[in-house]
Design a protein around this ligand. Structure first.
Ligand code: HEC
Ligand code: HEC
Length: 409
C-alpha cells in the first residue's frame, strides 16, 4: 500500500480561508483563529456551558418531536437525524451467507486488479473508516483524481460516487473493478484467475446455486458484501437509543449547533447525515489546474457544474482528509464553512462565461466562535464507529491450484 500523502497543514488551510473569504490583508497573521476574530457570539464560561448542555440533554433525550426546531432553509425537504434503518437487498441479488463471505474474500483479493496489486481494501481499509487516509487515490490517467470515500453505509446512498454516476451498488462495483483509475480489471482474466482456485469454485457454487464462476457473480457477491458494511454503533446511536449519558457536554452542544445555528442539517440530514443530493460548495476549481466539474460530467446540465453528492458524515473524522479533493482536515473545513465556503473569483477571460459555477445558496458565513467550532467537531467525532478487530483482520485468500509460473531470468 502507498504511504499517506502529506496533507495540507492547518496553517495553510487557515490562510486559504482568509484569501477565499476575501478578508486577506497583509497585517493578518495566517494562524490567527479566524472565527474568534469575526464572531459576535460570546464564548461561554464553563458554568454556562454545563448549564446549557444539561438543558439540551433534557430536550434531546426524548423523541425528536420534542427536539428544538431545526434551522432549515425554506423549501428544502429534509428528514430528522436518527438510527439507521434495516438494510434492504434488491430482488435481483438476494443475499446468503456464502455470498457475503465470498464478497468479503473478493474485497481483499488483489488478483481482481490488472496489476495484481490492488484490492478494494487497498483504498477502503476498515482500520481507516473504510477509506484510505490519502488525499486522492491514483492521481493521473486524465480522469479527475478523487478522495476515496468510506463504503460504510453506502447501501443507503441514493447514488454512488462523488458525482452519483452509479445508481446501485452492483453498477458501482462493476465500475470500480473496470475503471482504469481504480482496478482496471479485465472480466475474462478475473474469471480465469478465480476459476483456478478450488475454494472460490466451491464458494461460488454455494452462493449461486451451483453456478460456475462468472463476472456477474463476482459483482453481485461484492455488492452483497458491501450491504453488510453498515454502522450504527457510534455514541450518537447509543444516545438515540436512550443512553442520555452517551454524549459529553461538548458533543451535545455540537449536535444542537449542527441542527440549528451552523445550518448543516439543510444538506446533511436523515440517518446517514446526507440528503443524497448534489451541491456546489465551492470546491470545483473551475478553470484551474485541479478542476473537477462533478455531477456535470454525468448529466451535462450546466446547473450541475461543480456539484458533488453530499457525503454521509458518519465516518468523517475517520476518513480525513476530507471532501472529493482530499485537501482538508476537519478543523480547516469547519473554518471554511464558518466563512461561507470559498467564492471562486472569475479570471478576466471568464467574465460572461455562462458555465461559471454557482455556489449553493444554502451556504453563508455562520459567525460561529472557536468554542462553537470545537463543539461541532466533537459532535462529528461522536458519530465515529468503533473499529472491531474482526473487521480489520484480513481473511486468508484462496490459493490457486494452477502450477506456479516460473519466470526465467
Ligand atoms: C485505487 C483506489 C480504489 C480502489 C482499488 C477501489 N476504490 Fe472504491 N473508490 C475509490 C475512489 C477514489 C472513489 C471515489 C471515486 C469517484 O467518486 O469518482 C471510490 C468510490 C467507491 C464507492 C462509492 C462510495 C460513495 O459514497 O459513493 C464504493 C461503494 C466503493 N468505492 C467500493 C469499492 C469496491 C467494492 C472496490 C473493489 C471492487 C473498490 N471500491 C476499489 C478508490 C478506490
Ligand atoms: C449546501 C449543502 C451543504 C451544507 C449546508 C453543508 N454541507 Fe457539508 N458537504 C456538502 C457537500 C456537497 C459535500 C461534498 C463537497 C465536495 O467534496 O466537493 C460536503 C462535505 C462535507 C464534509 C466532508 C465529508 C467527507 O467525508 O469528505 C464534512 C465533514 C461536512 N461537509 C460537514 C458539514 C458541516 C459541519 C456543515 C455545517 C456547518 C455542512 N457540512 C454544511 C454539502 C453541504
Amino acid at each position: 500500500m502507498h504511504e499517506p500523502r502529506p496533507v495540507t497543514s492547518a496553517r495553510l488551510v487557515v490562510s486559504l480561508v482568509l484569501v477565499w473569504a476575501g478578508s486577506w490583508s497583509p497585517g493578518v497573521e495566517a494562524a490567527d483563529p479566524l472565527p474568534a476574530r469575526r464572531s459576535s457570539r460570546l464564548e461561554k464560561t464553563t458554568a454556562e456551558r454545563s448549564e446549557t448542555a444539561s438543558r439540551l440533554r433534557e430536550l434531546y433525550r426524548g423523541p425528536p418531536a420534542g427536539w428544538p426546531a431545526a434551522t432549515i432553509d425554506p423549501g428544502v425537504e429534509w428528514r430528522e437525524l436518527g438510527l439507521l434503518p434495516l438494510v434492504e437487498h434488491p430482488e435481483s441479488n438476494p443475499p446468503n451467507e456464502a455470498k457475503t463471505a465470498l464478497g468479503r474474500l473478493l474485497f481483499h483479493d488483489p488478483r481482481l486488479s490488472a496489476s495484481g496489486q490492488l484490492a478494494c481494501v487497498s483504498c477502503h481499509d476498515p482500520a481507516r473508516g473504510w477509506a484510505d487516509g490519502r488525499a486522492v487515490s491514483q492521481p493521473g490517467h486524465g480522469i479527475p483524481a478523487r478522495n476515496a470515500p468510506t463504503i460504510r453505509n453506502a447501501v443507503w446512498q441514493s447514488a454512488l460516487f462523488w458525482d452519483g454516476r452509479a445508481a446501485t451498488l452492483e453498477r458501482q462495483v462493476e465500475e470500480s473493478l473496470t475503471n482504469p483509475t481504480e482496478m482496471a480489471a479485465d472480466p475474462d482474466h478475473v474469471v480465469a484467475l478465480l476459476s483456478q482456485c478450488a475454494d472460490y469454485r466451491k464458494l461460488f457454487a454455494r452462493a449461486f446455486a451451483g453456478r460456475a464462476i462468472d463476472f456477474a457473480g463476482v459483482v453481485d457477491a461484492l455488492a452483497s458484501f458491501e450491504r453488510t458494511v453498515v454502522g450504527g454503533r457510534s455514541r450518537f446511536d447509543d444516545f438515540l437509543r436512550g443512553d442520555a449519558s452517551a454524549l459529553a457536554d461538548a458533543e451535545l452542544l455540537g449536535l444542537d449547533l449542527f441542527r440549528r445555528d451552523a445550518r448543516c442539517l439543510t444538506c446533511h440530514h436523515g440517518p446517514i447525515l446526507s440528503d443524497g443530493r448534489f451541491h456546489d460548495v465551492g470546491l470545483s476549481f473551475y478553470g484551474r489546474p485541479n478542476e473537477d466539474l462533478g455531477r456535470y460530467a454525468v448529466t451535462t446540465d450546466p446547473a450541475d457544474i461543480g456539484r458533488f453528492r453530499t457525503p454521509s458524515l458518519r465516518d468523517a473524522t475517520q476518513t480525513q482528509p476530507l471532501t472529493h479533493t482530499g485537501m482538508f482536515e476537519l478543523p480547516g473545513l469547519l473554518a471554511m464553512y464558518n466563512a461561507g465556503m470559498p467564492v471562486l473569483r472569475r479570471h478576466p477571460h471568464q467574465e460572461g462565461d455562462p458555465l461559471f459555477p454557482v455556489k449553493s445558496p444554502h451556504l453563508r458565513p455562520l459567525g460561529l466562535n472557536g468554542q462553537d467550532l470545537g463543539d461541532l467537531a466533537a459532535f462529528l467525532a461522536a458519530l465515529a464507529e468503533p473499529v472491531p478487530r474482526s473487521a480489520v483482520r484480513s481473511p486468508d485468500l484462496p490459493r490457486s491450484d494452477a502450477p506456479a509460473v516460473v519466470v526465467e531470468r
